[in-house]
Design a protein around this ligand. Sequence first.
Ligand SMILES: C[S@@+](CC[C@H](N)C(=O)[O-])C[C@H]1O[C@@H](n2cnc3c(N)ncnc32)[C@H](O)[C@@H]1O
Length: 388
Amino acid sequence: MSDNNDFKMVAKTFFGLEEVLSNELLSLGAKKIEKGVRNVSFFGDLGFLYKCNLSLRTAIRILKPIAFFNVENEKELYTSFYNFNWEDYLSLDDTFSIESVLNSDFFSHSLFVSQKAKDGMVDRFRKLFKRRPNVDSINPDIKINIHIRDNKCTVSLDSSGKPLNQRGYRSQTNIAPINEVLAAGIILLSDWDLESNFLDPMCGSGTFLIEAAMLATNYPPNIKRSNFSFKNWNDFDLDLFVMITKSVQSKIRPFNNKISGFDKSPSAISKCNQNIINAGLDDIISISKEDFFRSKKNNDNFLHLVFNPPYGERLRIDIESFYKKIGDKLKTDYSNSNAWFITSSIEALKYVGLRPSRKIKLFNGKLESRLARYEIYSGSKKAKKNIY
Ligand SMILES: C[S@@+](CC[C@H](N)C(=O)[O-])C[C@H]1O[C@@H](n2cnc3c(N)ncnc32)[C@H](O)[C@@H]1O
């Protein structure tokens, strides 16, 4: 990778996943990595941008900044967009959309900012070519991202387009599926050694199972996705993209242990099964219709559990008795395990009856949540009991 062709990129993520995203970037070979809040910036070349889109598990999108303006009002924003050489980035026949994120006293309405920026841009095209490219807010060829902090406006091209959690394997959703990027981030935060057996005892549509299997086999999560915005860019290099795709594919490795899931709902199991088949991971993952509260760990080997139990928001349950049963089940029938779960009911943790050895603040969508770890020992140590 030649330094001369390097440029800055910004990977967006969820709150709490910045560290794991930085680690992912480091192991892919990113340069000058800097953590922000809900984002990580780094440098690399065009091939690296393709690699990031194919391989990063905890990025929602990868932005490429292309312009910086100082703006304090709409007129300045309009003029900056009017004066920028947009014709180098999109043609008259491309469709586009503009999304704005604001953190500024000068501007308060993101839709209005997008509108003004668009006006400047299309007026430039009209002046130069007597025609203008059209807006498509659903499926644009070129996605433009505006970020204004105080009076500093950064304009970026969104290289991903649709968010990167849309891996292409989820054709079936359960009532409350967890976002794929969040699921991958939780597994990475859980320090799974990628070797011990893995269980999601309330697997729903199978997101943790599929993300765990992709991680264990070093399977690039977005290798099956055909739509990335960078494919519509003027500088798209098909040969380079094919080369990078082959290179990341060649690093897939076998996994010899078990990744398994239970769900007590037959419809969840059938959806989960379809998603696992879509992901092509049915030879690694096994699932069964089972009630976790009636289950038992079936050998003495160490087991790593990751799950998101219902938390009462969309799936109605009695929080107190449900979370108490989780704690009791882990204690009595799951010795020699680490159990990690995320819940948006922070109150629920006090009913588990075991002391979590770690608690990490995350957001599940807009809901503030906790990812908790319970270490269940074998033999006399059994479990850290009854202290919240
Ligand atoms: C929040 S959802 C899990 C979503 C899942 N992570 C996904 O991505 O689709 C909780 C799941 O727990 C299941 N569940 C509830 N009680 C259970 C039990 N006692 N045993 C097994 N599964 C249970 C529900 O059927 C539901 O599918």
